[in-house]
Design a binder for this molecule. Structure first.
Ligand code: PMP
Length: 378
């Protein structure tokens, strides 16, 4: 987006629509950068002189092998992933990782610690309970999932095999801006809705997973980053498709991989590098989120009750003080070119997702639209 600082909301959304685009604030699948889409479009009929599209290409052929080596190198570089970690590109979404993580790290007889800070933690817990004993270390229900329970209240099983947390709760908009202390136990993180949005300390984790459809491209691909020593006690008899060690041995090609999603992820990684890397993304994302939180906090129409210290940079949920205006808000937003703002079906209200591909000008345009909507009804 070429909009300058002086562009109004109307200018920015008009420019998007002139290109046949809208400003997509959806939580995932999420928007892609214009330049990434343009490259995909340009390469689609003939990938690098092969005479084939990426939709048809052989996954074991030299072109794709080159692409995935570059993608892994880019991810390792961007996240500063130490050598003792394997990087996997798998199918099955983050939901499959809800099962694979405890299956590989805890097994059936052990106990796993889980922090419950919202909808996705709860989903991870539900799946883990099918596999092993689960100790819910702290449950943010007492804060209506708008805060992270203080560490003094945590009740960890120190004999457990791991501690799992959801770094950013995509629906309730609660994010860890600090690293939980696992007391020496392997730390497992669901980074689906914040991977590459800011620097994280990979080496503090035994396992990190993230589905791709927010900051890393499109649905169908999940990135797993796992430290070798975390896989010492994978239970015998674990089906190979569920066993990280098998995927490591097969270089993420135990079966036909999601070729196109992997290709889009490679494009996104190159784009993030080109934008200045994860530190540049972080300052931009922090500024983007601040624009909306400042607006909401100063408004008497928009509300966000999440404790300030754990407000998400990626997903800003908000409610209208006057619920009767909800439909009018959504319609006015859509006709101004702002889409994907309805809250998750379990939460209602609204949510603006501000992943890496959302430009700052898009967020400022949304804020201007929201101010104008409020002004018109004051
Ligand atoms: N974890 C988090 C934090 C998410 O936001 C989502 C999807 N919105 C998931 C897990 C589930 O991902 P998937 O649909 O790829 O299984």
């Amino acid at each position: 987006m070429q909009a300058t600082k002086m562009a109004t909301a109307a200018d920015v959304s008009r420019a998007a629509r002139l290109r046949g685009r809208v400003l997509n604030f959806g939580a995932g699948p999420a928007m892609l950068p214009d330049s990434v889409l343009a490259e995909i479009q340009q390469e689609l009929p003939d990938y690098q002189g092969t005479g084939m599209s990426m939709l048809e290409i052989q996954h074991r052929g030299p072109e794709f092998q080159k692409l995935i080596r570059q993608a892994e190198a880019d991810l390792r570089g961007l996240m500063q992933i130490p050598d003792e970690y394997s990087v996997l590109f798998l199918h099955g979404g983050a939901n499959l990782q809800f099962a694979m993580a405890p299956l590989n790290l805890a097994g059936r007889n052990a106990c796993a610690n889980y922090l419950n800070t919202g909808y996705w933690s709860a989903r991870a817990i539900g799946e883990a309970q099918r596999i092993c004993k689960v100790q819910v270390v702290a449950d943010a229900e007492i804060y209506a999932y708008r805060n992270i329970p203080p560490v003094q209240q945590w009740q960890m099983d120190s004999n457990a095999a791991m501690l799992h947390y959801t770094v950013n709760e995509t629906i309730n908009g609660v994010e860890f801006h600090w690293l939980p202390d696992s007391g020496g136990l392997p730390l497992v993180a669901d980074m689906t809705s914040m991977i590459l949005s800011r620097p994280v300390e990979v080496s503090a984790h035994a396992l990190i997973y993230a589905a791709a459809q927010k900051n890393l491209g499109i649905a169908g691909l999940t990135v797993v980053i796992v430290r070798g020593d975390a896989l010492r006690d994978v239970p015998a008899g674990t089906p190979s498709m569920l066993d990280y060690r098998e995927h490591i041995r097969a270089h993420s090609m135990l079966n036909t991989p999601p070729v196109f999603a992997w290709y889009v992820a490679a494009k996104m990684l190159a784009w993030i590098k080109q934008q200045g890397g994860v530190a540049a993304m972080a300052s931009r994302n922090q500024r983007k989120a601040a624009v909306l939180y400042e607006l909401v906090d100063a408004s008497s129409l928009y509300q966000n009750a999440v404790e300030h210290s754990c407000r998400s940079w990626m997903n800003v949920p908000f409610q209208l003080a006057d619920r009767t205006l909800e439909q009018a808000f959504l319609e006015a937003a859509a006709s101004a070119g702002f889409v994907g703002l309805a809250g998750h079906r379990s939460a209602g209200g609204f949510r603006a997702s501000l992943y890496n591909a959302m430009p700052e000008s898009g967020v400022r345009a949304l804020a201007e639209f929201m101010r104008e909507f409020e002004r018109a009804r004051a």
